[in-house]
Design a protein. Sequence first.
Lengths: 107, 120
Amino acid sequence: DIQMTQSPSTLSASVGDRVTITCRASQSISRWLAWYQQKPGKAPKLLIYKASTLESGVPSRFSGSGSGTEFTLTISSLQPDDFATYYCQQYDSFPWTFGQGTKVEIK
Amino acid sequence: QVQLQQSGPGLVKPSQILSLTCVIFGDSVSSNNAAWNWIRQSPSRGLEWLGRTYYRSKWYNDYAISVKSRININPDTSKNQFSLQLNSVTPEDTAVYFCVRDLGGSFDYWGQGTLVTVSS
């Protein structure tokens, strides 16, 4: 299985901060990577697919980059609604696997 | 707008069968573009993809190796739904289960989630 490792596990930030989350794959996954946001008691929400394509309706302050084994999710200016847990997911090969999550907390 | 509505019991006894159903609104289980997945989430295992069913002139399934000997995901075209059956459950199968659509590997529509507890 392809292992997905996110860093950091927890991130403390303030409204307006620029935030970057990293996701590393244990082998190359080309650009077959998605990012999700999850709030407590809710299903994950798709933010970005194919490493950098913004899902319809997702604010432009979210962006993704990377290819191969290293990827980043950036929030350009953190908003109150963005405090949540973020997951990466690879869909290069089965079984599709997720990172362990990065919790973005209020500083 | 696609909606997925899950149903099924929240408590299952060890060694019994876990069964969940997901009704699809706004799309078709027989779509030639979509696939229909089950994903679970627990504190110990995180988000875990279990498997999927999809139609491309005929029906196909993909399953995670970790559950392949115990799982069945079946479409029901008459009710536009799909189901999960997980056999011989143990407490380690306790999790929130989600039904999810994918259009090429990323998961764009999710059901509301069902907490299933395996306990006697």
